[in-house]
Design a protein around this ligand. Structure first.
Ligand code: ZN
Length: 276
């Protein structure tokens, strides 16, 4: 059983959840709504002076939980792997500059090669950026994605694979982000979350819900309680595993993006108290 959620002290919102808002609007509205955790997607950092961004976050009392996202290490094309490394070094730098302790990794896949090969390249890519992450004080979290993305977005699709990879890389800087949208179907999820926590690798927890029937597997996520995911039970497993960080709302939804974002934020807060 998960502990009861009574307030918003552990609530974090991903800026992509309110895609129509720029970073300043996200910060102003989250802060006004009593929400002080934020995960910043890199699209809203474009053309920002990172020092000013950091100051604005501090002025509004915001805690940056993570920056999303780095990754996309896997490619059959050597030049693409090299440019991915460069982009990830930038992402680590950006995370450090805005005061984020964590960079989320969507690891990548390439249909021209095997998943095994992609996983090797993902490990190599992570190992290449570890020194800068160390210097910047930024940890890295592998986010396993649902297997429907195994052909293009990530060759890491289960907690078991992510746990295996963190063990192989064996760095205190590398852990795992659990996202219920990607992992709820896995009958090994509970034991692998427990294993992850025992290894000290459970770095982040993302929530949303699975719409039934889903019309779009990227941008049709639901608010907690409107779908079929056992969110509260999974949150309980993370707590059993020692996790005490933020619950991060990450909803991609054309439907909600087209609505009034302030009202939508209130819906999220309500669902957070009642269905998380
Ligand atoms: Zn996520």
């Amino acid at each position: 059983m998960a502990t009861e959620i009574k307030d918003f002290s552990k609530l974090c919102i991903h800026t992509m959840t309110n895609k129509p808002w720029d970073l300043k609007q996200c910060i102003e509205n989250y802060s006004a709504a009593g929400i002080h955790g934020i995960t910043i997607w890199r699209n809203v950092l474009k053309n920002q002076k990172l020092n000013d961004t950091r100051k604005m976050l501090e002025d509004y009392g915001m805690q940056v939980v993570s920056v999303a996202r780095g990754g996309f290490f896997a490619s059959a094309d050597k030049d693409k792997r090299r440019s991915a490394t460069e982009d990830n070094l930038r992402a680590v730098y950006e995370a450090g500059a805005v005061g984020a302790p964590l960079l989320i990794l969507v690891c990548g896949a390439d249909k021209r090669q095997s998943l095994e090969k992609s996983r090797e390249q993902i490990m190599e890519g992570i190992i290449r950026i570890l020194p800068l992450a160390q210097d910047a004080g930024v940890k890295l979290a592998i986010e396993p994605l649902h297997p429907m993305y195994a052909g293009d977005r990530s060759a890491v699709n289960t907690m078991a694979q992510a746990n295996k990879m963190t063990k192989a890389v064996n760095s205190g800087l590398l852990g795992v982000a659990v996202d219920v949208y990607h992992l709820w179907w896995d009958d090994k999820l509970k034991e692998e979350i427990h294993r992850c926590g025992k290894n000290g690798k459970l770095f982040a927890f993302h929530i949303s819900d699975w719409n039934v029937p889903a019309t779009d597997f990227l941008n049709d996520r639901e608010i907690m309680g409107n779908g079929c995911i056992n969110i509260s039970e999974i949150r309980g497993w993370t707590e059993e595993a020692g996790f005490s960080g933020f619950n991060e709302v990450e909803i991609f939804s054309e439907k909600y993006w087209s609505q009034d974002q302030k009202k939508y934020l209130e819906q999220i807060k309500n669902a957070y108290l009642n269905y998380t």
